[in-house]
Ligand binder design. Structure first.
Ligand code: NAD
Ligand code: UD1
Length: 338
């Protein structure tokens, strides 16, 4: 069993991963500045797993906090979720995104190096793939220039980690390229809690369902897809969390830097998602078609075979599970953790 530092562990994906780490018997230290989360999520993690974790409220950009933390706890590996993720905001305040995501990550990697901790699992994104690639996207396909500053920070961090692992062979790094995380813990106690107007499809749909928003705007119905709406690879957050445990296990036993897609390998259109949500949950979702959103591609879904064969990971949940669990979380917690 390992002692794992989880940066951003109070957030959506981090909290689901902490439950599984504790369930598997790992010791968990969370570092989070709570800029986009609530400590409440960590209380729920602990009550679900019936185990305790250590929470440090602090910032990954703060070298002193990091050094103290590495000195105090005998950390074996780091799962690095902390960062800012609002695509629209990243266009308005790019420097803030560069500061938290890029400078913050470098501060973390420096502290790891000082503490001689070289095992890392990093939250990357399918947004790093070049838009000209045709889905299913596999890890050997070229990366490109993401359409927004948020995506650009992911690409930069991937590239610097690749160079770091070449220069210093002690490093062992997993780049997990998430497709579209949705869903929530089965209990309904934990889920996604976006601040302000959601950028992503699923929280928007559940907020319409709960009456917080009037209707969904579907960005474009003239794409070259099954019904004209955008196609994405939605992955249950619990499956995504389990990929981190598989990657951690893999990295504890090897070195180098390697990317893995974390998706189901299947695409669903916006209309298919909306219709399936209505069917499984018995709720009508009013929607209107509006023009395409800038930066969107028609279709993006994964080839997930590398993660299945190399990490021994396999997604378990269907789209219906994702939609049931997203709604279960939203209706039980209409205001999220607040
Ligand atoms: P989230 O916002 O729920 O979690 C991120 C956490 O990091 C939050 O708890 C926030 O308070 C914390 N944080 C932010 N800046 C920090 C800093 N400087 N120091 C310490 N803590 C800080 O987001 P999430 O959806 O759980 O995403 C986790 C990671 O996965 C992020 O790096 C995100 O970019 C990446 N990712 C997310 C998605 C997605 O659709 N959710 C897709 C691809 C990649
Ligand atoms: C978006 C980001 C991507 C980021 C990812 C995870 C853009 C251009 N891309 O990806 O950089 O890594 O989120 O945070 O912002 N949709 C609607 N109406 C809505 C919301 C979404 O029709 O209100 C559609 C989109 O056009 C898309 C699909 O739903 O076809 C999924 O959208 P979203 O959840 O935002 O994810 P991505 O666009 O894949």
């Amino acid at each position: 069993m390992a002692t794992v530092l989880v940066t951003g562990g109070a957030g959506y994906i981090g909290s689901h991963t902490c439950v599984q780490l504790l369930d598997a018997g790992h010791e968990v230290i969370v570092l989070d500045n709570l800029s986009n989360s609530s400590e409440q999520s960590l209380h729920r993690v602990q009550s679900l797993s019936n185990k305790t974790l250590t929470f440090i409220r602090g910032d990954i950009r703060d070298a002193a906090t990091l050094d103290q933390l590495f000195a105090k706890y005998n950390i074996d590996a780091v799962i690095h979720f902390a960062g800012l993720k609002a695509v629209g905001e990243s266009q308005q305040i790019p420097l803030t995104y560069f500061e938290h995501n890029i400078a913050g990550s470098i501060a973390l990697f420096n502290a790891m190096q000082r503490a001689q901790v070289f095992k890392l699992v990093f939250s990357s994104s399918a947004t790093v793939y070049d838009e000209s690639n045709i889905s299913p996207l596999n890890e050997d396909m070229p990366t490109g220039m993401p359409s927004n500053n948020y995506g650009y920070t992911k690409l930069i961090i991937e590239q610097l980690l690749e160079k770091l692992a070449i220069a210093e062979p002690k490093w062992s790094i997993a780049l997990l390229r998430y497709f579209n995380p949705v869903g929530a813990h089965k209990s309904g106690c934990m889920g996604e809690d976006p601040q302000g107007t959601p950028n992503n499809l699923m929280p928007y749909v559940t907020q319409v369902a709960v009456g917080r928003r009037e209707q969904l705007s579907i960005y474009g119905n003239d794409y070259d897809t099954v019904d004209g709406t955008g196609v994405r690879d939605y992955i249950h957050v619990v499956d995504l969390a389990s990929a981190h445990l598989c990657a951690l296990k893999n990295r504890l036993l090897s070195t180098g830097c390697r990317a893995w897609n974390i998706g189901t390998g299947t695409g669903s259109s916006v209309l298919q998602v909306v219709q399936a949500f209505e069917k499984v949950n018995g709720i009508n979702i009013p929607y209107q078609f509006v023009p395409r959103r800038e930066g969107d591609v028609a279709t993006s879904f994964s080839d997930n075979r590398r993660a299945i064969t190399e990490l021994g990971w396999k997604p378990q949940y269907t789209l219906e599970d994702m939609l049931l669990d997203s709604w279960n979380w939203q209706k039980t917690n209409p205001k999220g953790y607040r």
